[in-house]
Design a protein around this ligand. Structure first.
Ligand SMILES: NC(=O)c1ccc[n+]([C@@H]2O[C@H](COP(=O)([O-])OP(=O)(O)OC[C@H]3O[C@@H](n4cnc5c(N)ncnc54)[C@H](OP(=O)(O)O)[C@@H]3O)[C@@H](O)[C@H]2O)c1
Length: 273
């Protein structure tokens, strides 16, 4: 099994889940250390030796564009006949305002559907782990700064996405499926901040920013300006459109998806000084 993005939030749990199931795992990273294998999705040739002899691959897409997708899929599918793609819940129109992100994820999906003999596409909702972006200001002064505290999401724990990926990599029966994955509940971002405060025992308060300040904050974190705008537009729209939850995680893994409170418990240390 090949796991791309193996050092990432979802990928590291895909690696752990596959190893726990006894699978032979090649965990890819651009900067291999600690047992990782060299692989760079920006350099499809580097995937050839990394994928040799593998029968399946977990593919995550780290780029804000899909131009490289056909070559990457071809390089992987030369060896691994089954690809499980981490895509995005924005693709099926479920995230209003997210069109530019939905567009390139849809193109990557198409490259996988055309280029891999067997494929499964995972379309997760917003990650609970996005709140780790708040960790520095929560650690520092117990504050979250943002423009849209009422933006709501069906936030999903990265372990639940990974658990579905592991099932789809190891078991038959997931071929040709698009899975919409969500957490078990819909919460606003202000509610998430409150839960982090409750779980860590240090109250967290929301400090409302103007959109301009929020945009400057995102670009300072490294977001390309266009996608910072998209993120803010999505948040603004999610103050009005409440997303739906799905039963897919439970249906596939046999276990209810983890709540945001459980996620915050797993990551409490990140929010403590
Ligand atoms: N955040 C959300 O709410 C959300 C919602 C839906 C979908 N998604 C999608 O989820 C994906 C992110 O997944 P994640 O959170 O698990 O990842 P992540 O934690 O952001 O990790 C990024 C990973 O990408 C790898 N990477 C970066 N550039 C690479 C390259 N050129 N070649 C190979 N690997 C590269 C890094 O590996 P090395 O540095 O070790 O090479 C690292 O493992 C994105 O496609 C995003 O659109 C996110």
């Amino acid at each position: 099994m090949v796991v791309t993005g193996a050092t990432g939030r979802v990928g590291r749990h895909v690696v752990a889940g596959l190893r726990a199931a006894g699978a032979d795992v090649r965990a890819l990273s651009r900067r291999p250390k600690g047992g990782h294998v060299t692989g760079d999705l920006a350099d499809p040739e580097s995937l050839d030796s990394a994928c040799a002899g593998a029968d399946a691959a977990y593919l995550m897409w780290p780029f804000f564009g899909a131009d490289a997708a056909p070559a990457v899929v071809a390089a992987i599918a030369r060896h691994a006949k089954r690809i499980v793609l981490l895509s995005s819940g924005s693709v099926d129109g479920g995230v209003p305002g997210a069109e530019p992100i939905a567009r390139f994820h849809a193109e990557v999906e198409r490259a996988v559907e055309v280029g891999a003999p067997s494929w499964t596409v995972l379309r997760p909702a917003g990650f609970a782990a996005n709140t780790l972006d708040w960790a520095p200001s929560i650690r520092e002064d117990g504050v979250v700064r943002g423009a849209f505290p009422d933006a709501a999401g069906a936030w999903i724990h990265e372990k639940d996405i990974a658990a579905v990926a592991v099932k789809a990599l190891l078991a038959d029966g997931h071929r040709g499926r698009h899975y919409a994955l969500t957490g078990p509940e819909v919460l606003t971002m202000a509610e998430q901040a409150h839960i982090i405060g409750a779980v860590t025992g240090r109250p967290v308060r929301w400090q409302k920013q103007s959109e301009d300040d929020a945009r400057a904050g995102l670009t300072a974190e490294g977001w390309p300006a266009t996608y910072a705008d998209v993120a803010l537009r999505v948040q603004e729209q999610l103050t009005r459109a409440r997303p739906a939850t799905t039963a897919t995680v439970a249906d596939i893994t046999g276990r209810r998806p983890r709540t945001f409170r459980e996620w915050a418990g797993d990551h409490a240390a990140a929010f403590l000084p």
